[in-house]
Ligand binder design. Structure first.
Ligand SMILES: [Zn+2]
Length: 316
């Protein structure tokens, strides 16, 4: 699974960071988080494509999280998308969509399915869940945990060879059936290892820090955390119901999360040093997002997350 931080800025755009947009690429599917203005341009630039199976998740209806939607839908139509698009968001998002669809006479040539979300909503797919949780922002706002289901254990080809199990009987074991071969009873667990854990990605959108975030983020491979402000601007962060980089560090230190990426950063900070002001140090597992940062999240048995900054690869 790869996570693309196409835009890492917060609301007021001064041009030093792209407006916010994150895309998770899982197998052939794209899952976009909070498309701000110009999301279609960033998607085009990333070459991730407009016609793939896709979900868009909108955490809340502030402009810097939804204004990219009309342009995105228009571009999808232009590129002759045929595949259904699933759109998750608070109930209010529906009227925003209907207004734009009517105003621009959008009539997309693909199906758009709107799926309302609220605290505790769970959507289950073949290979993963989307678990939504409420956060503490100035309006209703929802975070999401993408939780992959356990995968079946590894088939031990060597053992199967030793027991001379013919090819046509192997699928039965994979399906979980016990077979008799060569006078022996062979159970699936004789040949197939224990179920393998999936990956967990948590998106914490605009919110002040609160204790439950620790249990929500626990055991994640990656946490994407919107933290527009520096530690020294804590008061301003609280007034705006937002988090600071200090909150990101706290979350990283108090959870077993492998990697936490701070993003949605205010354009008031011209440099990373300014954003870091008031903070003693940054733990190794916290990074500050840059536009077009890519993070690769392998299956747990295959190693640690890999970070690809626009011009270089960094090992954790
Ligand atoms: Zn907001």
């Amino acid at each position: 699974m790869d996570v693309y931080f196409l835009g890492t800025g917060a609301s007021a755009s001064l041009g030093n960071r792209n407006p916010f947009c994150v895309v998770i690429k899982r197998k052939k599917e794209l899952i976009m988080l909070d498309p701000a203005e110009g999301a279609q341009f960033l998607l085009a630039k990333s070459k991730l494509g407009f016609c793939k199976p896709m979900k868009i998740i909108v955490s809340h209806v502030h402009g810097d999280h939804i204004l990219g939607l009309p342009g995105l839908l228009q571009s999808m139509k232009m590129f002759r998308r045929k595949t259904q698009l699933e759109l998750f968001g608070p109930k209010k998002l529906r009227s925003f969509l209907l207004f734009h669809a009517n105003f621009f006479k959008l009539n997309p040539n693909f199906e758009v399915t709107f799926l309302p979300i609220s605290d505790g909503s769970i959507y289950s797919y073949d290979e993963y869940f989307l678990n939504f949780f409420g956060v503490k922002h100035s309006i209703d706002c929802l975070g999401v945990a993408l939780l992959e289901k356990n995968r079946r254990g590894k088939f031990n080809g060597e053992k199967a060879q030793k027991l001379s199990i013919p090819n046509n009987l192997r699928p039965l074991l994979i399906k979980g059936e016990t077979i008799t071969w060569g006078g022996r009873i062979i159970k699936p667990s004789d040949i197939i290892g224990p179920p393998r854990k999936g990956r967990k990605i948590v998106y914490i959108p605009d919110t002040v820090f609160f204790e439950e975030l620790i249990s929500i983020a626990q055991g994640s491979d990656l946490v994407i955390y919107n933290a527009p402000f520096s530690a020294k601007d804590l008061q301003h962060a609280e007034e705006k119901s937002h988090s600071t980089i200090q909150d990101v560090v706290k979350l990283a230190e108090e959870t077993s999360t492998k990697l936490v990426v701070a993003t949605h950063i205010s354009n008031r900070y011209a440099t990373q040093e300014e954003y870091m002001k008031g903070l003693d140090s940054l733990p190794k597992k916290v990074i500050i997002a840059e536009d077009f940062l890519k993070v690769h999240i392998p299956y747990p048995e295959k190693g640690e997350p890999e970070i690809f900054l626009p011009n270089k690869k960094v090992k954790l």
